[in-house]
Write a protein that binds this ligand. Structure first.
Ligand SMILES: [Ca+2]
Ligand SMILES: [Ca+2]
Length: 214
């Protein structure tokens, strides 16, 4: 004879089912909120990282554009009234960078080279001891005329007519947040941005050449 389980009242079955469903939903909701709690910081990190990178690319492109405009003025050898050429160049960079670059903190260098191939090259020297580097006492050609051997032969200044000039603009960008610090930031949390351009001065005439320099 088969034993039959006593039939449960329908109301009890429904109550049990509802409790089980509530439990399942609570468990699912709990794990979803844990996933959410983990995902939010990652998501925010990603968003802020992208914003920071976009800002860096934007400011750097403004610096490049500003330096290009400034160099277009620089190659003419024109001496503006009441300003040095360097002051005018910085003014142009300041206008072109739309206030995103603090012109009080920016660094700008001009180096003059004999030819495009000489950019960043050391002054030629006689490597007497054959160690591949310059040592005190070895003969060298003082290309930039400063009285010492230099690992970069560029001579400071904006150059004369026809000179090859390297313009370099550097700026320590202060990011909006610290999310890129582990990747790009220095100890001070600033990110050094750099723009450079090489130009050949126009043959701007001997009277302007006399005033060439800074
Ligand atoms: Ca040597
Ligand atoms: Ca030198």
């Amino acid at each position: 004879m088969l034993a039959t389980a006593p039939a449960l009242p329908l109301s009890l079955v429904l109550a049990l089912a509802a409790r089980r469903l509530r439990g399942a939903l609570r468990a699912r909701g709990g794990s979803a909120s844990v996933q959410f709690a983990i995902a939010i910081p990652v998501f925010l990190l990603l968003v802020f990282g992208l914003i920071e990178i976009a800002m860096i690319l934007f400011v750097n492109s403004l610096m490049e554009g500003g330096l290009r405009e400034a160099a277009r003025f620089g190659i003419t050898g024109f001496d503006p009234d009441g300003q040095t050429r360097t002051e005018r160049i910085l003014q142009i960079v300041g206008l072109q960078t739309q206030g995103l670059v603090d012109m009080e903190q920016v660094g700008i260098d001009f180096l003059v080279y004999p030819s495009f191939n000489d950019i960043g090259q050391p002054e030629p020297f006689a490597d007497d001891n054959g160690n591949g580097s310059y040592d005190a006492g070895e003969a060298y050609t003082d290309v930039n005329g400063n009285g010492t051997w230099d690992a970069d032969m560029g001579a400071a200044g904006l150059g004369g007519p026809g000179d090859i000039v390297l313009y370099t603009l550097t700026y320590d960008w202060d990011p909006l947040t610290g999310v890129l610090d582990p990747v790009l930031g220095g100890a001070d949390g600033l990110i050094t941005l750099r723009a450079s351009i090489v130009v050949r001065n126009e043959p701007f005439g001997s009277q302007a050449a006399a005033g060439a320099g800074t």
